[in-house]
Design a binder for this molecule. Structure first.
Ligand code: MF3
Ligand code: CO
Length: 256
């Protein structure tokens, strides 16, 4: 599979797809409070996407035949859960740290983004983890410039996280995105031996740093989807879909 460079027309559509994701995530952020049943979030995505004419990218998604299709509209991962948590009948509690990862398909193109939100008052460690993870996404975006290399993005994310001693998760990362949710290249959240590929105008990437307070080793639950830290430590995930543009900073497509 090769890297797909997007035309200006494609970028225009991806902007619309991205905005749907960003706006829906902001609505979700506003509803987070102790006592919220997370099935209400699943419902909100359904209602919003219906209203704007978008399709839930994650619903029925299967990365390989051995995986059961993903059963929900959104991934909701709580505390020690890192990513791909399946919404179920569960109420949020004060102090929970929750990530919401959402994909919309609009006019055939995908927007993909994630936020992590604290419920009520959260611990200082949790606040710090969230701040640093979001900052690492910003660093990655700043390094996403024409003529730079993919390793500049990976390195910028890594260098923002490492000084704080947090764990950087291996085996999961960002990706190219377009007509398909997952396109080339895969984007690890730390430096690789090879510096490439080179970044060029029209490349669209989903950057998604995943960080843990403790040991970064993760495991999949028996539902085949939910990924959690083995040591039960708190983790955090932010994601934006961005477009690399000549002569300027990358454009964030998934802002509200
Ligand atoms: N943002 C995630 C990713 O890029 C979302 C995938 S969830 C799935 O892999 F359910 F669709 F797999
Ligand atoms: Co993604």
């Amino acid at each position: 599979m090769a890297i797909k460079i997007k035309s200006e027309d494609e970028l225009k559509t991806m902007r619309e797809a991205g905005r749907i994701v960003g706006q829906t995530l902001e609505k979700i952020r506003a509803m987070v409070r102790p006592g919220l049943n997370i099935l209400a979030v699943e419902q909100l995505v359904h209602d919003e996407f219906k209203r704007v004419g978008a399709k839930e990218t994650f619903l029925h998604y299967s990365p390989a035949p051995k995986y059961p299709p993903y059963p929900s509209n959104i991934c909701i991962s709580i505390n020690e859960q890192l990513v791909h948590g399946i919404p179920r009948d569960r109420k949020l509690k004060e102090g929970d740290v929750v990530s919401f990862d959402l994909g919309a398909t609009y006019k055939g193109y995908v927007g993909d983004a994630a936020i992590t939100v604290g419920v009520g008052e959260i611990s200082p460690e949790a606040q710090h983890l969230i701040k640093v993870t979001e900052a690492s996404l910003c660093s990655g975006i700043k390094a996403a410039r024409t003529g730079y290399w993919l390793n500049d993005i990976r390195g910028a994310i890594e260098d923002t996280i490492r000084p704080h001693g947090f764990g950087i998760i291996k085996g999961y990362g960002g990706h190219g995105v377009g007509r398909d949710m997952h396109e080339e290249p895969h984007v690890e959240n730390f430096r690789q031996r090879s510096k490439g590929p080179r970044l060029q105008h029209g490349l669209v990437l989903a950057l998604e740093p995943m960080v843990s307070l403790g040991n970064p080793d993760v495991e999949e639950l028996s539902d085949h989807w939910t990924v959690r830290t083995k040591d039960g430590s708190l983790c955090c995930h932010f994601e934006h879909t961005i477009a690399i543009r000549d002569g300027r900073e990358a454009e964030i497509l998934t802002l509200p």
